[in-house]
Design a protein around this ligand. Structure first.
Ligand SMILES: NC(=O)C1=CN([C@@H]2O[C@H](COP(=O)(O)OP(=O)(O)OC[C@H]3O[C@@H](n4cnc5c(N)ncnc54)[C@H](O)[C@@H]3O)[C@@H](O)[C@H]2O)[C@H](O)CC1
Ligand SMILES: [K+]
Length: 495
């Protein structure tokens, strides 16, 4: 039975290169010969090729390590199926070791050198040059071949073994040059680099093949990163005995002039199930909030004392500050008052940038469950030393430093918790890049917090529903469409 190709919505663990190496070793320790793993890997790549293309001239480019070893297995299976196959090796055959050497010996055809001539007449190229072992930019003749393949713009199509050569499997960043693949076949579980940054586009179709590594190895590895999906969290479902007072009472601190952001957040919180929603804003702005949604409660706050009085009400169990708040000391001061309650709190937008001069003041004030929801610019404002490099590492470090869940928005939204666990969300379509989309996301998290969903799960679930809701919407999606679309996506989930 050919396994259904893995789809990003399948979710599941993301294994770093090191974790994948441990999975390999644990599998071997359970009695699975490493040679069997290589055979299964190469067989899977050949199988996926044969599923997609009719027989044609294939050039298999083999590197000096086990990625190259996989390539020899691919070549053997394609030739056994009657395909015309040529193999081109980087480096000397005598330098091959272990399973790669065994499979080079099992290849009974000629082994040519890796050079630009290897591509002549090829109607398909198998990239088995470098995989998990890549440690630096590919140079020399291999670099020239990669550059030539890049220049060919996918003609002939390239099939990458494990990862496209040149791609860092952990970060999705490129070491110098990397070849865009029409198809990437990886093994056991995807790597962060398959779903982050440049890696997402470079991989083309991603197939995650089962090569015989028992899933039980994950119990030992305990992977820190997961692809987001409904299996990671549970949405609250109101029961027969529930009523508005049992489904939480959320508060949106609304802007005095920019009221749109607060209104979107309030709508999202209610659509995600908050029982009661109070908008706290200046008296002059309240009519705008009230007329927008009759179901919203309004509370005038004109000064810090009014905020303190409001927060004395312990029924207000989830708080959001930031959308439309305006950047400055007044917003920072209000954020500190909100954080002092220790109640589940979402800080977004200006509630983050207002601490740009002193991020430590924000982090020191975090005592309860707090979720920060910056986009890249707001992230840079409060984590100025974490703006370069591996996205997963950056957000993890930020979460640890802040002692809060950090959700960094982008084409791949990353949610990290202070304990190092992280979730990558890749289901958000480009249509989410529209004004107000972030306000809706912050409000959705608030709505789930109000119903008792823990911070990390609330952020992950909201991020996933944000993408799923947007994908249900029209291409010309506007933020106003999102709360209801997200509620529909939530309703469509089983259980
Ligand atoms: N369960 C598994 O993980 C399986 C993995 N398989 C395949 O094995 C490769 C990883 O093999 P490895 O030998 O560790 O590394 P590579 O083949 O990716 O790299 C070869 C070798 O190249 C050297 N090197 C690194 N960077 C450069 C560079 N820029 N220029 C030149 N040389 C470089 C370095 O010494 C590397 O060791 C994995 O991707 C899978 O395809 C198993 O076959 C199946 C199970
Ligand atoms: K490769």
């Amino acid at each position: 039975m050919i396994p259904r190709p893995w789809h990003p919505d399948d979710g599941g663990a993301l294994l770093t290169v090191a974790e994948m190496g441990r999975a390999d070793a644990l599998a071997v320790a359970t009695g699975v010969p490493s040679l069997a793993l290589m055979e299964a890997a190469g067989f899977a790549v050949a199988r996926e090729i044969r599923r997609r293309w009719s027989p044609r001239r294939v050039a298999v480019l083999c590197g000096p390590g086990n990625n190259g070893g996989d390539g020899f297995v691919v070549a053997r299976h394609l030739r056994n199926a009657g395909w015309p196959v040529s193999v081109h090796l980087l480096g000397d055959r005598s330098a091959l070791k272990g399973d790669a050497a065994v499979n080079a010996a099992r290849w009974t055809g000629p082994i040519g050198p890796l050079d630009l001539g290897a591509l002549d007449g090829a109607a398909l190229v198998v990239d088995a040059l470098f995989g998990a072992g890549l440690t630096r930019a590919v140079e020399g003749v291999a670099g020239s071949v990669l550059s030539a393949l890049v220049a060919h713009h996918g003609s002939p199509p390239v099939v990458a073994v494990d990862v496209p050569s040149g791609l860092d499997g952990d970060s999705g960043e490129v070491w110098g040059t990397a070849v865009p693949a029409a198809l990437t076949v990886t093994f056991f579980r995807p790597k962060p680099g398959h779903v982050l940054g440049a890696g997402r586009a470079l991989c083309g179709d991603l197939v995650v093949a089962d090569i015989g590594i028992p899933a039980s190895v994950l119990d030992d590895i305990r992977p820190a990163a997961h692809l987001n999906g409904p299996h990671l969290w549970r949405l609250p479902r109101p029961g027969l005995r529930d009523h508005k007072y049992t489904r939480g009472h959320a508060v949106v601190f609304g802007g005095a002039t920019m009221t749109g952001a607060g209104r979107l957040a309030a709508r999202a919180a209610r659509r995600l199930g908050a029982g009661l929603l109070t908008v706290a804003a200046t008296a002059s702005a309240l009519p705008l909030y009230a007329q927008d949604a009759p179901g919203v409660l309004c509370r005038a706050i004109e000064c810090p004392d009014d905020v303190e009085t409001l927060l004395e009400d312990a029924r207000l169990n989830a708080l959001l500050l930031g959308p439309g708040a305006g950047r400055g000391p007044h917003t920072a001061a209000r954020a500190l008052s909100v954080l002092a309650t220790g109640r589940p709190t979402v800080l977004d937008a200006d509630a983050l940038t207002s601490f740009a001069e002193d991020p430590g003041a924000l982090f020191d004030a975090v005592t309860g469950p707090v979720i920060l929801t910056p986009h890249e610019g707001e992230f840079a404002a409060i984590f100025p030393d974490l703006i370069e490099g591996n996205r997963l590492h950056r957000v993890r470090q930020a979460a640890r430093r802040a002692g809060a869940v950090v959700l960094l928005k982008g084409p791949e939204t990353v949610v990290a918790a202070p304990d190092g666990s992280a979730v990558v969300s890749t289901n958000g379509p480009p249509s989410l890049a529209t004004a107000g989309s972030g306000d809706v996301l912050a409000g959705a998290i608030l709505g789930l917090l109000a119903q008792g969903v823990p911070g990390r799960e609330a952020a992950a679930a909201a991020a996933w529903l944000h993408g799923a809701g947007a994908r249900r919407g029209p291409p010309g999606l506007i933020a106003e469409d999102l709360p209801e679309a997200m509620a529909q996506a939530a309703a469509a989930l089983p259980g």
